[in-house]
Design a protein around this ligand. Structure first.
Ligand SMILES: [Zn+2]
Length: 308
């Protein structure tokens, strides 16, 4: 017979198992609950950190935006400053140019004021020089340059260096070139003309010693030149080596032939040369033009440079 002592009731292990399982379940429940709380805390921490980061990011963005607009402002300001500097520079440049122009104009006017405007005037039978005109500065030509030792010849002082240079250059080229006649006063010319009139008769005298040629000699910047070997006869100057030399070189020293062959203004005078300045004489020579065929207004532009 089986004893009670040896036989445990059947429900005991079952209850133990339940107890054990129940304990495990309860433990797990608390454990899960605890983890859930922790997770929840972490979640809110993460959310809080994210919110803080977002706020910080926003703050940084705003600061950046502020800096950007400040930079743009500075850039505009710099551009404006540069524009102002440019404007001021332009103004200063303009003022400098104006000052330069005014200075140049004043200089030109001062220079021009010292030059006798008669020196480049065209003379004709209608327009001739006042009988009272005398050059301001007259220079007596040294004897070595004058054809006749009986009569001293004169020339405008400011133009003398040009005449001397021309006579010296001819001599250097072995060309005999001398002054037959230079400055003639109104009174001298009157005497000369009346003498011609007596010898040739009024009509002839007027054709070669009338107002035009007379005016140019009274000016003091005109010479009649002669060469050796023609006995002082001006009519034989045409065709001489000296005349050829003059045609090729006189312009370099500022002289032009007022009455060349075939001119419409006066009788042909190959010996008669007028100083008009190197610039005008050169332009006339290069353009194959005559002083009397150029417009007076164009001629006047050369006055300022006549002694250059
Ligand atoms: Zn003459």
């Amino acid at each position: 017979m089986m004893t009670m002592k040896n036989r445990l009731p059947n429900f005991i292990p079952t209850i133990a198992t339940f107890v054990i399982l129940g304990s495990a379940i309860i433990y797990d429940y608390y454990k899960i609950n605890d983890l859930t709380i922790q997770m929840s805390r972490l979640k809110s921490e993460v959310a809080s950190t994210a919110a803080k980061q977002a706020a910080r990011t926003e703050e940084i963005f705003q600061n950046l935006s502020g800096l950007q607009s400040q930079t743009a402002g500075l850039s505009n300001s710099l551009t404006n400053t540069q524009q102002n500097i440019d404007a001021v520079t332009t103004k200063v440049g303009g003022i400098e140019q104006t000052v330069g122009t005014v200075t140049g104009t004043v200089g030109s006017l001062q220079k021009l004021a010292k030059i006798d405007p008669e020196l480049l005037k065209k003379y004709s039978k209608i327009f001739f020089m006042s009988e009272n005109y005398t050059p301001a500065h007259i220079y007596t030509i040294p004897d070595e340059y004058v054809y006749s030792s009986k009569h001293s010849e004169q020339f405008v002082a400011e133009a003398w260096p040009f005449l001397k240079a021309m006579l010296d250059a001819a001599k250097a080229d072995n060309v005999s070139l001398l002054i037959k006649s230079g400055y003639r006063s109104f009174a001298e010319q009157q005497t000369l003309k009346s003498r011609y009139t007596v010898v040739y008769g009024a009509g002839t005298a007027n054709s070669f010693s009338a107002e035009q040629g007379y005016s140019e000699h009274q000016l003091g910047t005109t010479v009649d030149v002669i060469t050796s070997g023609i006995a002082g006869n001006l009519d034989k100057f045409d065709g001489t080596k000296a005349y050829e030399w003059m045609k090729n070189n006189a312009y370099k020293f500022g002289f032009e032939q007022s009455y060349p062959k075939g001119n419409n203004y006066y009788v042909y005078e190959p010996w008669h040369w007028r100083f008009v300045g190197v610039k005008l004489a050169t332009d006339l020579h290069n353009r194959n033009m005559n002083f009397y065929s150029m417009d007076q207004r164009d001629i006047d532009n050369y006055l300022i440079n006549i002694f250059d």
